[in-house]
Write a protein that binds this ligand. Structure first.
Ligand code: FPP
Length: 250
């Protein structure tokens, strides 16, 4: 089926407000072509453009991409360095497109531990696009959910110890407000490519009610058509939030 046919089937009134993605399979894609892993990451940038453009065109307000996890530091130094350079180059080359399309860049993760060059270009991108309103593109960088929950709990505990917060007043809203995603609605759809069926320490709190969509497509091959398929799948599901099917229908 062509892109436009799939796109036309999407109900624009029932779009997920936030899509979160685990971009997986770059290494395998490169290997299948007899190339080094970094070649896969470079080609993954095209898929980043496709999903961002696809979400902006449809009107999905928030898109989060898992670009680098706290565990990814364990990869060979050469690959880590190449990923960091790729991030700098991509942010710098795409900033004009983000501006032209009124897209705001944000980041979640322990940015302070990124190499200075990567951190600076990221912070510049965030600053330059901060007034954009059409869509928010969030990069999860040096991010992991357990890191995020740990630092959130530490900040809550500090407030309790300073008598600024009572333990009995800690509720779901308070916890959400102490996470890196403060102010961002929870993802309603999580897409993971490459056939892996895991959440991998990604937005564990925020994905509580998300629909999970797994596809065999390797990230560098991911195109708008694959995004449309995921959204159509999402729209075909009954989201019950703990209620019965009958309650949801009525
Ligand atoms: C996972 O594939 C992918 C990554 C760890 C990096 C993703 C980064 C990009 C696509 C670069 C550009 C991103 C932005 C947002 C500017 P993998 O290496 O784990 O693949 P494998 O499982 O096949 O080995």
């Amino acid at each position: 089926m062509s892109d436009s046919n799939l796109k036309d089937k999407i109900d624009l009134n029932r779009l997920p407000k936030h899509i979160a993605t685990i971009m997986d399979g770059n290494g395998r894609w490169a290997k299948s072509k007899g190339k080094v892993r970094v070649f896969g990451h470079k080609n993954g940038v095209k898929a980043v453009r496709e999903i961002t453009e696809g979400c902006a065109e449809l009107g999905v307000p928030y898109l989060t991409l898992y670009a680098f996890s706290t565990e990814n530091w364990q990869r060979p130094k050469l690959e880590v360095n190449a990923l960091m350079s790729l991030l700098v180059n991509t942010i710098e080359s795409e900033i004009k497109t983000l501006q032209d399309n009124n897209i705001k860049l944000q980041a979640i993760g322990d940015i302070s531990k990124l190499p200075e060059k990567t951190r600076n270009s990221l912070l510049r991108g965030i600053e330059d696009t901060r007034n954009n309103t059409r869509m928010t593109l969030i990069l999860a960088l040096n991010y992991s959910s357990r890191w995020e929950l740990t630092q959130g709990m530490q900040r809550i505990a500090e407030k309790v110890s300073r008598d600024e917060l009572k333990p009995a007043d800690i509720n779901e809203h308070v916890i959400s407000e102490h996470l890196a995603t403060q102010g961002i609605p929870d993802p309603e759809l999580m897409i993971r490519t490459s056939g892996e069926l895991r959440i991998s320490n990604y937005l564990l709190w925020q994905l509580a009610y998300a629909e999970l969509y797994f596809t065999e497509v390797l990230w560098p091959d991911f195109r708008k058509e694959n995004l449309y398929q995921a959204i159509l799948d999402f729209q075909g599901r009954e989201r019950r939030f703990g209620k019965t099917g009958e309650q949801v229908v009525s």
